[in-house]
Design a protein around this ligand. Structure first.
Ligand SMILES: *Cc1c(COP(=O)(O)O)cnc(C)c1O
Length: 387
């Protein structure tokens, strides 16, 4: 039994991030300004996109992307049911209808073979989600989008550092949204980034992220600036801050090391679980370079006398955090009510939901912590095995 709690995830900050925050504070300018632009520059280089727009969260980024995609009342977007609410809530805010699609049982990603029959005259965009950092079949998504003249807005909240056929997530769809929430591959406290190769999307998102002002404050308020601005669209307050960007610049430098460490640790888990028939370890598709934001196993609940939820409670007794990513959207009361979905509509997502368990994985985790978690899981399985 470990004395310390092993959480599902934990951000890692070094002295570089702390020094960068202090420097931003001392600079006299802490909100959207030069540091955000610097972070945007290094971010777009990293994912090989032409433009990157720093925002306050991926949720804000998804909202901006859908606004500049001109998604409006009566339109439809296509998204997987196996995702976080933030993937579809922005569409609802715009009066559009999210049309959900089932997932594949191996990758937990949207089943791209099921998308075409969900496309109607009202469909405007496909919003694929790269679950846990494993990329969606983007060839199929992009070819459907071209055929039906739809936009592709990727939810890459888990996928910073992921690649699809050697192309970085963030360089494929029309717009790609990343998250810097503390559970993601890098963090700025909270924050997000939208990448695109489309100049007008970039310009519009910059406008909408800060009230719709045609001149950003740090340019107006600098010594050489001028106070005058005009409102050209009804914008939002979705900008990144320079404090957050200062953290992000340093975190991005460490991303390769972070993701490499995640991979080493997940290999250790998968090795430990190799001989355990009650556990299915994550499958990795050959076209995907996985960023391992989450390590999610499937429990063979038919051969166990314990439910997945009780398994989580049992792990807590051993000071181990774990969680469920995700409860499918169509099972949440609100979406059931307004979108008319019911249990049984997406059998694969429901099957996965009953069995899935995300267990601790983060760069600062030690190999002995991984072994402790793996061995505890194996001992619980042994204890609750049927006959
Ligand atoms: C975390 C997450 C988001 C939201 O990210 P925020 O930066 O917290 O807004 C969106 N989609 C998915 C799939 C996520 O996991």
């Amino acid at each position: 039994m470990k004395n310390k709690y092993i959480p599902l995830s934990k951000p890692f900050f070094g002295k570089e991030e702390k020094a960068a925050v202090a420097k931003a504070m001392d600079s006299g300018w802490v909100t959207l300004g030069p540091k955000t632009f610097e972070f945007e520059e290094s971010f777009k280089k990293y994912v090989a996109a032409k433009y990157a727009v720093g925002v306050s969260s991926a949720t804000a980024g998804l909202h901006l992307a859908m606004i500049v995609a001109n998604i409006k009342k009566g339109d439809e977007i296509i998204a997987p049911t196996f995702t976080f609410a933030a993937t579809i809530n922005p569409a609802l805010h715009l009066g559009a209808k999210p049309v959900l699609v089932d997932i594949k049982k191996d990758t937990f990603n949207i089943d791209t073979d099921l998308i075409e029959k969900k496309i109607t005259k009202k469909t405007r965009a496909i919003v694929p989600v790269h679950y846990a950092g494993q990329t969606v079949n983007m060839d199929q998504v992009m070819s459907l989008a071209r055929k039906y003249k739809l936009l592709v807005i990727e939810d890459a909240a888990h996928a910073l550092g992921s690649k699809y056929k050697n192309k970085s997530a963030g360089s494929i769809g029309d717009m790609t949204v990343f998250s810097f929430h503390p559970i993601k591959n890098i963090t700025t406290g909270d924050g997000g980034m939208v990448t695109t190769n489309n100049k007008s999307f970039d310009e519009l998102m910059r406008l909408y992220r800060l009230h719709g002002m045609n001149k950003e404050a740090w340019k107006r308020l600098s010594k050489t600036g001028n106070w005058y601005y005009e409102i050209t669209v009804p914008g939002y307050k979705y900008n990144m801050t320079d404090i957050a960007a200062s953290i992000g610049i340093e975190q991005l430098k460490k991303l390769k090391i972070f993701n490499k460490k995640r991979k080493v640790l997940k290999d250790l888990y998968s090795k430990e679980f190799k001989e355990i028939p009650e556990i299915t370890v994550p499958f990795v598709h050959k076209d995907s370079e996985h960023a391992w934001n989450l390590y999610s196993i499937l429990l063979d609940i038919e051969s166990l006398k314990i439910s997945r939820n009780d398994f989580i409670e049992e792990l807590k007794k051993y000071n181990i955090g774990s969680s469920v990513y995700f409860m499918p959207l169509h099972l949440h009361p609100y979406y059931k009510k307004i979108l008319g979905y019911k249990k049984g509509d997406f059998p694969n997502a429901e099957w996965v939901y009953e069995r899935i368990l995300s267990i601790p994985l983060y760069p600062a985790m030690s190999t002995s912590d991984v072994l402790y978690v793996a061995r505890t899981i194996k001992s619980i399985i042994k204890k609750y095995k049927k006959n």
